[in-house]
Design a protein around this ligand. Sequence first.
Ligand SMILES: Cc1cc2nc3c(=O)[nH]c(=O)nc-3n(C[C@H](O)[C@H](O)[C@H](O)COP(=O)(O)OP(=O)(O)OC[C@H]3O[C@@H](n4cnc5c(N)ncnc54)[C@H](O)[C@@H]3O)c2cc1C
Length: 404
Amino acid sequence: MVNYGVERNIYSRKYVEEIRERVRPIIQNVIEPNAEIIDKEGKFPRENLLALAKEGWNSVTIPEKWGGLDLGYLGFSIVVEEIGKFDASTALVYAMHVGAAQTIALYGNDDQKERWLLPIRQGFIGTFSSSEKATGGHVWFNLSQAERYGKDYIINAEKSFTTSGGEADFYILQTRTPDTTDPSDNSFFIVDGHDKGITAKPWKALGVRGNHSGPITYRNVKVSHRDLVGHEGLGKEVMDEGVNPIYLLGLASTWLGVAQGALTAAVDHVTKTVNKGFNNSLADHQVIRQKLAEVKIQITALKAWQLDLARHYDELLAEGEPLSLLASEVIEFKVQASELADFAARTAMDVAGGYGYKEGIFERLYRDARAGIPMAPSNNIARDQVGKLLVGLPLELWNEGRIK
Ligand SMILES: Cc1cc2nc3c(=O)[nH]c(=O)nc-3n(C[C@H](O)[C@H](O)[C@H](O)COP(=O)(O)OP(=O)(O)OC[C@H]3O[C@@H](n4cnc5c(N)ncnc54)[C@H](O)[C@@H]3O)c2cc1C
């Protein structure tokens, strides 16, 4: 077990910086050097995830009893952000994995924790499998439905996107509870990623090309009753209290990291690029500095928000309060962080001129940063939900009974 050597005062900057310092060697030695090839070849970041697993980072929120570092949502958000500064693909794979593991930590029984959480230290990777083409970004609703097979289950489902598809050792799969006609009656299952009935299609996308988030098919996949998460029909609660808080915090922290990566690359470029005609650098132009300052100011604001939100989650967990108390706020944070990554990547490309447009770090960041905007809840759906909550209108959730 890593000994952090600092008092666990989640409100101290020293504690936060200590976590960053601890994870940085893996990022500098493994993740950063792999980033370009992951993008160019669409290579799954297995090596990065294994390096993180070895030191326990893949179990960052998990209690020590189950092989984890027990650093809470605060520790998780910092690690994702640090990875995101160098590679969005790895950060997303990592965020989905930690989210899947944390769902088992919160809702699993000891048998499940032993079988699925302990192997994470050896490199097991998990992920979420929720989205379906049939219902698009309305991920709260699935058309697929589990069937009974004695006391076990058979899963047939077409999932439109699943990060780490075909690579994960386990999927936290969301589908409708057997026999139900109620659209809000969902269940989650832990599905063995090596089942022969699982087929993942290739991931060909604009950015986050190492992510392997393509469509995935589950054909007659048998799932033991031992791998039902909680009990039948618990899906809505698992989604609101388990999946959404950690998934959205991880997603947003990824984009906060990407924004910082873009700013760092841009500052590096403008300070080093000298126009020999005037013997000045790009950084000598006020317009360039203004644009970079705008990104910096927004990053600083979001970093404070991120820490506050993550700490608040840890407090709610410690007090046994529902994490859904922060449901609107974490969606707002996701919107803001993904828009900031997009803005930072566009600004970086702008200040890097024609050089930025060429193949390289700026165009990679520009492509990667777009992924946050459609990821669930898409920023359009998110704004719709936040707006409806503001004015007291009901959300469109759980009411798609017209679909048969
Ligand atoms: C890189 C990446 C990784 C992903 N990883 C995963 C994963 O690991 N697991 C998983 O389950 N899913 C994953 N997804 C899926 C993702 O979370 C969304 O479910 C998916 O992107 C929705 O896409 P769609 O084309 O079906 O959207 P659609 O629902 O068809 O939306 C199309 C457009 O319409 C808008 N729209 C739709 N409905 C509304 C509405 N009610 N109000 C306002 N606007 C609306 C949307 O904002 C969007 O602009 C991933 C997606 C990406 C891009």
